[in-house]
Design a protein around this ligand. Structure first.
Ligand SMILES: Cc1cc2nc3c(=O)[nH]c(=O)nc-3n(C[C@H](O)[C@H](O)[C@H](O)COP(=O)(O)OP(=O)(O)OC[C@H]3O[C@@H](n4cnc5c(N)ncnc54)[C@H](O)[C@@H]3O)c2cc1C
Ligand code: SF4
Ligand code: SF4
Ligand code: SF4
Length: 371
């Protein structure tokens, strides 16, 4: 049984879709809440001549790309930061539009072949879209606080025998940026740029659009043009310009299970992280973390970058997330990695080719809940 089974059954799965992307047989499927993994017994009653039922063959590839099994960044999320700026662009966006401008400009210069992002319709139903041109980028503008397993989209790209897409950019929440980094390190160097968003939490479509918006905000979802988290409030703007707010603490408990266990606020594993916290209104906080991030950012046109950004504020909110979501992560990791690889290994006698130990859990000091 792959260790992602524990990630799922203990409800700490982020639903990033990394396991779905890498699995050779298509056994895991991630939805907005978590992954579901089919095992042989799930297909026992299925007539395989009539119905497709791909079950896990215990190859353990998924363990290498699961952000939970790899481990969170540790107490200090800022130890790999090269520099931080405030940024904005002429693109329409959630904050300064820097995310969209980076993609648009890199497409225009032929630096990337494709990028993954999230688009929405009038009901805020979301879909993962593959952008291949600069003109596709505007479709993904704006933050959708309901979650999609964006990394699952890499499944097609990994199996793209025509090699149409050799230089891929990914935009995602910290969990998705982490999965993208693991896919890059373990499977495909085609992922050239990982743009990670700052993220406190996300929601299922049902909780956000069918419960919070009508019941707590008092708007029809079709009338909503923008959602935002700012200054302790969930802020919703309607198409008539009406702005409604509720305290975040009134809705935070409705976030997804995985988000309540998540200990990465600023997309530690991204090349460039983008948020609003720490920057003036209408600007992005832009955190450059890798050489690739620095190189790509230097190529982007029409970006205004200043030093008017508070790293201390970003750190403060990162600490808040670590404290709010503290759980017995060390115990989980030690327990899960202590379990051997019984099934096929005993039968066939092979070693897991990429077996690895638990990450250095000593990095973590906060992960035990006090209650
Ligand atoms: C769930 C969530 C929670 C967030 N929480 C915070 C926070 O607490 N503090 C903070 O400072 N910033 C947070 N952000 C980031 C912030 O909302 C902006 O996305 C960021 O500042 C970039 O702004 P922009 O103007 O450059 O984006 P834009 O140029 O408008 O581009 C938006 C990009 O975000 C992508 N995107 C939109 N929704 C999603 C989604 N659900 N999952 C993955 N990608 C998506 C789009 O594909 C697009 O590429 C959060 C983002 C998300 C998705
Ligand atoms: S162990 Fe292999 S076959 Fe099973 S879910 Fe993971 S990647 Fe798929
Ligand atoms: S966190 Fe991601 S890779 Fe891990 S089990 Fe969940 S969907 Fe799969
Ligand atoms: S809080 Fe954000 S990064 Fe963490 S699991 Fe939820 S969506 Fe992913």
């Amino acid at each position: 049984m792959p260790k992602i089974d524990y990630v799922v059954s203990e409800k700490v799965c982020t639903a990033c879709g990394g396991c779905e992307a890498i699995c050779p047989v298509g056994a895991p499927r991630a939805d907005q809440l978590r992954s579901e993994i089919k095992h042989e017994e799930d297909c026992r009653d299925v007539d395989l001549f009539k119905e497709e039922c791909s079950y896990c063959v215990d190859c353990y590839a998924c363990e290498r790309v699961c952000p939970i099994l790899d481990g969170f960044p540790g107490d200090d999320e800022f130890d790999n930061v090269r520099f931080v700026k405030a940024g904005r662009s002429p693109m329409h966006g959630q904050d300064g539009g820097v995310t969209s401008q980076i993609l648009k400009s890199l497409f225009e210069q032929g630096e990337i072949d494709c990028a993954f992002g999230i688009a929405r319709n009038e009901k805020w139903e979301t879909e993962v879209i593959l952008m291949t041109r600069a003109s596709d980028v505007a479709r993904t503008s704006g933050t959708k606080y309901n979650y999609m397993p964006i990394i699952a989209g890499m499944r097609e790209i990994i199996r793209d025998v025509s090699h149409r897409y050799e230089r891929i950019a990914i935009v995602g929440c910290p969990c998705q940026s982490h999965a993208a980094r693991l896919l890059k390190d373990n499977l495909t160097d085609k992922i050239k740029l990982i743009l990670g968003l700052v993220c406190m939490e996300s929601f299922s479509y049902e909780n956000l659009c069918q419960h919070i918006i009508p019941d707590k905000i008092g708007l029809n979802i079709e009338d909503v043009v923008k959602m935002d988290f700012a200054k302790g409030k969930f802020v919703v703007t309607s198409r008539t310009g009406e702005v409604k707010r509720v305290p975040i603490k009134e809705i935070a408990e409705l976030a997804r299970d995985g988000c309540h266990h998540c200990l990465d606020y600023t997309s530690y594993y991204a090349d460039i992280s983008l948020g609003s916290v720490g920057a003036p209104d209408g600007w992005n906080s832009v955190i450059v973390r890798t050489e690739a991030g620095e190189e790509y950012l230097s190529k982007v046109s029409d970006l205004e970058l200043t030093d008017d950004v508070s790293v201390d504020f970003l750190k403060k909110l990162a600490d808040t997330k670590h404290k709010n979501n503290a759980w017995n992560y060390k115990e989980f990791m030690e327990r899960v990695w202590a379990v051997g690889y019984p099934n096929r290994i005993e039968h066939f006698g092979y070693e897991v080719p990429w077996k690895k130990e638990a990450v250095n859990v000593q990095k973590y000091s906060l992960q035990v809940k006090s209650d």
